[in-house]
Each structure stands twice: as structure tokens, then as C-alpha cells.
Write a protein that binds this ligand. Structure first.
Ligand SMILES: [Zn+2]
Length: 376
């Protein structure tokens, strides 16, 4: 077994059980820049696991200048939650909590620790805050197994310069979510991956994993003001590696090569990445997403293709209720409210009333969308 491989136990497991995270580490511990990459946070999102595996194979063959930590299967709890042979993922079985919500908000504890010690040098402030982060996390007592799992992941990732959380959607083009404060600084990541869409928000709501690592920086910057410069020192992104069924050796190998080039460009890994690809990536505010829902239960018939640009009023899907007494009312068209990119579609082909059927990214905020921006 490589000394790069280790397992980290998850705390507060049920009696008689033990769960661990498999962790691969490259480079020297503490070296900068540090990149943290994980896959499968929602448990049944498999494409990222294969990409993490392919990336690990590449990392074995290169010189790592900083540090890279790879957690290829981030959620052993969720992966084990099977019902009738199917890993349902996304939510805990016992309380229905989304696995990508509720990561620790350490703002107040860290702010209290660094207040009075921040100065005018941004790099010094970053170092001070990273120390306070580690101390705040170490002092925190997880309340249950789920929280212990969250804390273990954060303890591996929180001090990283780069955090890449590999997910997938139901049916989807390759896209990513990141902070508005990290754009356009993160444009190289989107370009290397060939993202079709970048969705930006500084606060999506719900304390997702990527924002637990990144948003702290701009919230502290706002709290302490310009006299004490605090840069967005963690580039964190949730990368949606297409749809659930897009698990393919060639795709994964290509995605892993893209991530390696990104890491080379950031000098985490030695080597020349080559010229940054020119891509036609749309950048949208998360507030500009139109989630088209089913007004009644029925069979989903998608009409818009993934990656298609649609216009307001365009029919993107139909819901057909085969049990309607009057056949004239059995068919309901679903229309887009915005001009934008069809980036995700429901994988199921039967909708209950209110289910999201198509997601479309417009370039302007849709005014009534406020509060929590992520679908749960
Ligand atoms: Zn996910």
C-alpha cells in the first residue's frame, strides 16, 4: 500500500460499526498551494469518483509542488443507504437532511480570535485566519454521526487554497457553481474543464461544503473592512460532471487531465499545462436560474435538448397525464420564462406536481427569487 494512502475514521458511528474515509495525499504536508478534491458528497453521484481515480493515477506520475489531497468517495454513510438495491443518495435516511448542507459556520469564532490581530498585510492576515480556522474546527464538538462526518471532511479541506467538490446532476451539461467573489479569478478552472455554464452566488443558502470553505473569506473581509485586507483565499467550486449516467472511462480520463492542467496552471503541480482552451461558457447569476416545474403529475416528455439556448415562451417539455378524463386537458406544455441555456433536465420520466423538470440559466436575475438559491 502506498504511503500516500490512508484512512481517516469517521466519529460517532453506530455501535458495532466503523466507517472511514479513504484519503490520498500528494506533495509535502503544509506545502502551498494546497488543493483538496473530493467526489461523491451526495453519495450516488458516481462520475466524480471515476475522475478522482483517474486523477490519482496522473498524480502518481508528476511532481507536486504544493499539496494535493484527494478523497475519492466522500460519503460512505450515504453510499450505504440503499433501498431495494438502489443507493438513493442526497439525503440522510433518518432525518432527510441534504448531505451538502449544514457545514459549520465558524465566522463568529474566527472573527473573535483574529480581531485586534489583523494588519495591513493580506498574506499575514490569511495565515492568521487559517490558524484560527484550524483552532475553531478542533474545538468544535460534533453533535452526531452526520455532523462528525461533515467535520472530518472540513478538517481535510478547510485550509486549502483550492477546493473542488465533484458532483453531478440528473441529466446535465458540465457546469460549476462558485462564489461571485471568485469570478473571474476561477475562469481558468471553467475553461480547462470545458464548462458550458458557471453559476455564481456568494451565498447560496444552506451552508454547502464549497461555501463553508470559501465564503468565510469574503464574509470576514466585509466584517473587518478595507483597512484589514482579506483576500478570497480559498477558490472553492462545486463541479457538476454532467448527468448521473455519464460514467465513462474516456470522459473521466479527459476530465482528470483537465484538472491536472488546471493544477499545473496554478503551480500546485509541476509541468506546463499548455494554452488555456477558448470555450463558449455562459456565466450566470444563480438568481437567474429558471426552474421549470410540473403543474400536474404526468409523463415527462422533454423537448429541449441539453445545451440548447431557448427563448421566453418556448415549450421545453410537456407533461402528459394519461389518466385525464378529458383528453383535451391531458397535455400541458412547460415554457421557459427566460432566454437561456438548458443545463439540466429531470432524469425521471414521470413527474409529481411541483417537481423540477427543466433548469434554464438566464443571464439576468429573476426578481422573485430570493433566499435559498439552491434546490434542495
Ligand atoms: Zn450533488
Amino acid at each position: 500500500m502506498s504511503d500516500r494512502f490512508s484512512t481517516v475514521p469517521l466519529p460517532l458511528s453506530s455501535p458495532g460499526t466503523e466507517r472511514t474515509l479513504a484519503v490520498r495525499r500528494y506533495g509535502r504536508p503544509g506545502a502551498r498551494p494546497k488543493a483538496y478534491i473530493q467526489a461523491g458528497l451526495h453519495a450516488n453521484e458516481i462520475p466524480g469518483m471515476l475522475v478522482a481515480h483517474a486523477l490519482a493515477q496522473l498524480l502518481e506520475q508528476v511532481s507536486v509542488l504544493g499539496e494535493v489531497v484527494v478523497v475519492p468517495v466522500a460519503n460512505p454513510i450515504g453510499l450505504d443507504q440503499r433501498l431495494h438495491g438502489v443507493a438513493l443518495g442526497r439525503y440522510t435516511f433518518d432525518r432527510g437532511v441534504n448531505f451538502n448542507r449544514g457545514f459549520a459556520d465558524l465566522d463568529d469564532v474566527i472573527a473573535a480570535q483574529v480581531a485586534g490581530h489583523l494588519g495591513t498585510d493580506a498574506a499575514d492576515n490569511v495565515a492568521l485566519i487559517r490558524e484560527a480556522q484550524a483552532a475553531a474546527l478542533a474545538e468544535r464538538s460534533p453533535q452526531d454521526a452526520l455532523d462528525g462526518w461533515r467535520q472530518t471532511l472540513l478538517s481535510l479541506a478547510l485550509d486549502a487554497d483550492i477546493v473542488l467538490d465533484l458532483h453531478c446532476d440528473q441529466e446535465s451539461v458540465l457546469h460549476l457553481y462558485t462564489g461571485e467573489s471568485l469570478w473571474p479569478a476561477a475562469a481558468d478552472l471553467a475553461a480547462w474543464l470545458g464548462c458550458r455554464l458557471v453559476l455564481l452566488a456568494d451565498d447560496s443558502g444552506g451552508h454547502s461544503f464549497d461555501e463553508a470553505c470559501s465564503a468565510l473569506w469574503w464574509r470576514l473581509a466585509a466584517r473587518f473592512g478595507a483597512a484589514f485586507p482579506i483576500p478570497p483565499a480559498c477558490l472553492a467550486a462545486t463541479i457538476e460532471l454532467r448527468g448521473r449516467s455519464d460514467v465513462d472511462l474516456d470522459l473521466a480520463a479527459a476530465d482528470a487531465r483537465s484538472l491536472l492542467r488546471f493544477l499545473q496552471g496554478r503551480r500546485v503541480v509541476d509541468g506546463a499545462p499548455g494554452a488555456l482552451p477558448v470555450t463558449s461558457c455562459q456565466v450566470s447569476p444563480l438568481t437567474g436560474v429558471d426552474r421549470v416545474t410540473a403543474p400536474m403529475a404526468g409523463v415527462i416528455c422533454h423537448l429541449a435538448r441539453l445545451g440548447e439556448v431557448v427563448t421566453p415562451g418556448q415549450v421545453v417539455a410537456e407533461i402528459i397525464n394519461p389518466t385525464a378524463a378529458d383528453l383535451a386537458t391531458a397535455r400541458v406544455p412547460l415554457v421557459s420564462r427566460v432566454k437561456g441555456l438548458v443545463w439540466a433536465r429531470a432524469a425521471a420520466r414521470f413527474a409529481q406536481t411541483g417537481d423540477v423538470v427543466v433548469s434554464i440559466a438566464g443571464s439576468e436575475p429573476i426578481l422573485e427569487r430570493t433566499g435559498t438559491l439552491l434546490g434542495d
